[in-house]
Write a protein that binds this ligand. Structure first.
Ligand code: AMP
Length: 457
């Protein structure tokens, strides 16, 4: 039977790391930290189904730093252009954040780390790699460029970490990743983090991890419980006005808004600015400098609204972010979960609001199916749409998708929470005005034939 770990000092971390954790104000290890930290320190490979918001970054960074600081062999003296640990991430933002975490947790250790990603000059990165680093955080494309120019060598590599591996595959990095893996020493520790374990991820893992400890924590569940989710039906054209109204009326100080397209993000940002609100856009067409600046201004409150596309927002970690708005619903329902995971982080509460127009009904159905929950509908009396939004569909249970090899009893314990949630909280299409009072029961109970047709989607 597994015991609950309530203290970081029970996990095998030494004092410099414990002190850094205390400085951060963390009291209790998150479930993934409790599972992963001792396993990584013991040298085991780990495969974790966990996404941003679970504390996964500290879950791999702390034991990694512990191991590297204890490396007492000749291996531990890193030679020029060499790296001892490599963290691969899909986006520049995530790379920068992981690198920040390494600096934060490693501040009382004498280890060197650096971060490399595309979109900025390569020469300074080459210079930084020259003396060798203990930890290199990289996006795959830039890492390949550096490798091809002999700026990085892997003969001393001890640990490989793939962070958000599912996103790396989504973004087409599979060839780069395979190439990188092929040039690493065979003898190494591997840690694989992914929000989901799709067939593609399992195929990647097959040639990567060796007898791994498998951990599954599902932040969708813990997050979904703390995030107040609601939607309002709105005509497409009036979405900018609805957003402006909500922000002004409720005096939202910090709002992360998601749009489907880069163009849409730019257009909305201009609209908000014209309404006297401070807004910035963040997406793939923006230079790295502009993205970093926008994110920093948003984090420190100089910019009130950050308008982002899914890829750009991936992994963004903003403490206490209170409001997320889906200006457009995402095409991929799992992205909804990633989006709302930006709020209600690490025990805080937050709200996620979706502006849904009639032609997004199919997307809404898909999302409600994935989250196994009907999102509460509120009516904004000033913005009742001319094109009514159709009803929600009856809830169809998710197909059991627990990976076969999740046999670890501790992992099973964490998984248990998922089972509880997948029973589902149903709001059944209840409509509530923004002041919270139900005005119209929009029954979502549907005929069996409707359910049948849904399952053929
Ligand atoms: P991550 O899932 O790694 O992106 O972390 C999500 C957020 O949780 C970050 O803001 C961390 O600083 C915070 N965090 C990580 N571990 C803990 C912990 N044990 N207690 C409280 N907050 C934490």
């Amino acid at each position: 039977m597994s015991t609950t770990v309530t203290n970081f000092s029970d996990l095998g971390l030494s004092e410099p790391l414990l002190k850094a954790v205390r400085d951060q104000g963390y009291h209790t290890p998150s479930p993934i930290q409790a599972e992963a930290i001792p396993a990584v320190i013991s040298g085991r490979d780990v495969m974790a189904a966990a996404q941003t918001g679970t504390g996964k970054t500290a879950g791999f960074t702390l034991p990694l730093l512990e191991k590297l600081s204890k490396g007492g062999t000749a291996q531990s003296r890193v030679q020029s252009n060499n790296v001892r640990a490599l963290v691969l991430t899909p986006t520049r933002e995530l790379a920068a954040q992981v690198s920040e975490s390494i600096a934060t947790y490693g501040k009382y250790l004498n280890l060197h780390s650096t971060v490399v990603f595309g979109g900025v000059k390569i020469n300074p990165q080459m210079m930084r790699l020259r003396q060798g680093v203990d930890v290199l955080v990289a996006t795959p494309g830039r890492l390949m460029d550096l490798y091809n120019q002999n700026a990085v060598k892997f003969s001393q590599l001890e640990v490989l970490i793939l962070d958000e591996a599912d996103r790396m595959l989504d973004m087409g990095f599979i060839r780069d990743i395979k190439k990188i893996i092929s040039v690493l020493p065979k003898q190494r520790q591997n840690l694989l983090f992914s929000a989901t374990f799709s067939a593609d991820i399992r195929a990647l893992a097959k040639g990567l991890v060796n007898n791994p400890l498998e951990i599954s924590v599902n932040p969708e569940n813990s997050t979904a419980e703390k995030v107040t989710q609601w939607l309002t039906a709105v005509d497409k054209k009036r979405k900018p006005a609805v957003l402006t109204h909500l922000i002004k009326e409720n005096n939202w100080r910090q709002v992360l808004v998601f749009t489907k397209t880069k163009h849409g993000a730019n257009k909305l940002t201009r609209h908000l600015e014209a309404q006297g609100l401070s807004a910035a856009a963040i997406h793939g067409n923006k230079s790295q400098g502009a993205r970093t600046k926008a994110l920093a201004s948003f984090k420190d409150g100089r910019v009130q609204i950050l308008v982002a596309t899914d890829i750009a927002a991936r992994g963004i970690d903003i403490d206490l972010l209170p409001n997320v708005v889906n200006f457009d619903l995402p095409n991929v329902p799992e992205d909804y979960v990633h989006r709302i995971g930006r709020t209600a982080r690490a025990g805080n509460t937050g709200q996620a609001v979706s502006l849904v127009c009639a032609d997004e009904l199919n997307l809404l159905w898909d999302i409600e199916h994935v989250i196994q929950q009907h999102i509460e509908r509120k009516i904004l009396t000033e913005f009742v749409p001319a094109n009514a939004l159709g009803e929600s569909r009856a809830m169809r249970p998710l197909k059991a998708k627990k990976p076969k090899s999740f046999k670890n009893p501790k992992a099973a314990k964490v998984e248990h929470k998922d089972g509880q949630r997948s029973a589902g909280k149903h709001n059944s299409g209840k409509q509530t005005p923004a002041n919270g009072k139900p005005v119209n029961a929009n029954s979502s109970r549907r005929s069996k034939s409707r359910r049948t047709s849904y399952s053929s989607d």
